[in-house]
Design a protein around this ligand. Structure first.
Ligand SMILES: C[S@@+](CC[C@H](N)C(=O)[O-])C[C@H]1O[C@@H](n2cnc3c(N)ncnc32)[C@H](O)[C@@H]1O
Length: 288
C-alpha cells in the first residue's frame, strides 16, 4: 500500500485496484471531508437543530468522512445522537485504516471506529457482513458488499437519511456508482430536506442527479478549479450559475451514465456512455 501525504498534512492511501488515491491530494484528506462533504451536507447545522442525525455514507474508505462528521456534530452539540450506515465493498478496509496516521484532532473518532466488531445481518433480501461500533451517542454500521445491491436493500427496508456523503472513486474508474439509476435509489433513501454531497464536478454526474429528480447546487472549489456538487429534493442549496446550467443542457459530456438493471459491468456502462457522447459530438459538429 502506498501512503500519500496530502496538502493539509493528513495522510491517505493509493487504492491499487482503481489506481486512485482515496482523497484529493491537493485539497487534503481531512479538508476534503470537512469542506466537500460534512459542511455541505449541513451536519453542523443539523447538530444544533435536531436530536439525532442519520447519515448514509457511500464509500466508507478510510473513514475520514465518518470521523469528521462525528467530530463536527459533537462539537456543535455534545448531546447529539448520530447514526451512520456506511456502504463499502472492500472487506479489508479496516486493516487499511490502521496503516495511516490519522490526525490528532480525529483521535477519539478513529479509536471509536476501530473499537467495533464484525457480525452478519439480514437487510432487505440479503445477508451481509457488517462491522459495528457503538457508544452512548454514536452508532456506526459498515455494510460490506456491492454498493448498488446494498442501497436497493436499504430501500426495501424503507430507510431514510438526513444526509448522504457520496464518495466513490471517480466516474472514469468506478462508473457503476455514478449512474442515473443508482441516484434514483439514493433519492428514495433521503428525507425532503436531506443534502447529498459529492466531490464530483462531472457534467454526467450533475445531469444524472437532475434526471433522478434532485435539484443541485455548487460548492466553493478546494484544491482545484471546479466546484463540488450538492443535491437535494427540497433543501435550500448554494446556487447553480446560469453558465453551468447551459453547459449541463448543451455539452455532449452531460450524457448520463445508464445502468437500468443496476448490475452492469462498469466497462459496459462506460462504453455505452462514450457512444452516446460521440454521437452528440458528431451532431454538434454537423450543425456548425
Ligand atoms: C474515494 S474512496 C472513499 C473515501 C472515504 N469516504 C473516506 O472518507 O475515507 C471510495 C470507496 O468506495 C468503495 N467502493 C467503490 N466501488 C464500490 C461499490 N461498487 N460498492 C461499494 N463500495 C464501493 C471503495 O472500496 C472505496 O473504499
Amino acid at each position: 500500500m502506498i501512503k500519500i501525504l496530502t496538502k493539509d498534512g493528513t495522510e491517505t492511501l493509493l487504492n491499487e485496484e482503481f489506481n486512485e488515491a482515496y482523497h484529493s491530494t491537493k485539497a487534503g484528506a481531512y479538508s476534503e471531508s470537512l469542506y466537500k462533504f460534512v459542511l455541505p451536507s449541513r451536519i453542523d447545522v443539523m447538530a444544533k437543530e435536531k436530536e439525532e442525525i442519520r447519515i448514509l455514507d457511500v464509500g466508507f474508505g478510510l473513514g475520514y468522512n465518518v470521523s469528521v462528521a462525528i467530530n463536527v456534530a459533537k462539537k456543535e452539540n455534545p448531546n447529539i445522537k448520530v447514526s451512520i450506515l456506511s456502504v463499502e465493498k472492500d472487506v479489508d478496509i479496516l486493516n487499511k485504516i490502521t496503516l495511516i496516521n490519522y490526525p490528532d484532532i480525529l483521535k477519539e473518532e478513529y479509536e471509536f471506529i476501530l473499537s467495533g466488531h464484525f457480525s452478519s445481518e439480514k437487510i432487505g433480501d440479503s445477508t451481509y457482513r457488517v462491522y459495528k461500533s457503538t457508544n452512548k451517542s454514536v452508532k456506526l454500521k459498515v455494510i460490506f458488499g456491492e454498493g448498488r445491491k446494498i442501497l436497493q436493500d436499504f430501500l426495501k427496508e424503507r430507510l431514510k437519511f438526513d444526509a448522504v456523503f457520496y464518495d466513490a472513486f471517480s466516474p472514469k474508474v468506478n462508473t457503476e456508482m455514478w449512474t442515473v439509476d443508482i441516484f434514483r435509489v439514493v433519492y428514495g433513501l433521503m428525507t425532503e430536506e436531506a443534502v447529498l454531497s459529492t466531490y464530483s464536478a462531472a457534467l454526467s454526474v450533475r445531469k444524472g442527479l437532475i434526471e433522478a429528480g434532485f435539484k443541485i447546487g455548487l460548492v466553493e472549489p478546494l484544491g482545484r478549479k471546479s466546484s463540488s456538487t450538492v443535491a437535494s429534493k427540497k433543501a435550500e442549496l448554494p446556487p447553480l450559475p446560469e453558465k453551468e446550467k447551459s453547459r449541463i443542457r448543451s455539452s455532449p459530456f452531460s450524457e448520463v451514465f445508464r445502468d437500468k438493471t443496476l448490475n452492469k459491468d462498469r466497462e459496459e456502462i462506460w462504453r455505452d456512455w462514450e457512444e452516446r457522447v460521440n454521437k452528440r459530438k458528431l451532431s454538434v459538429s454537423k450543425s456548425l
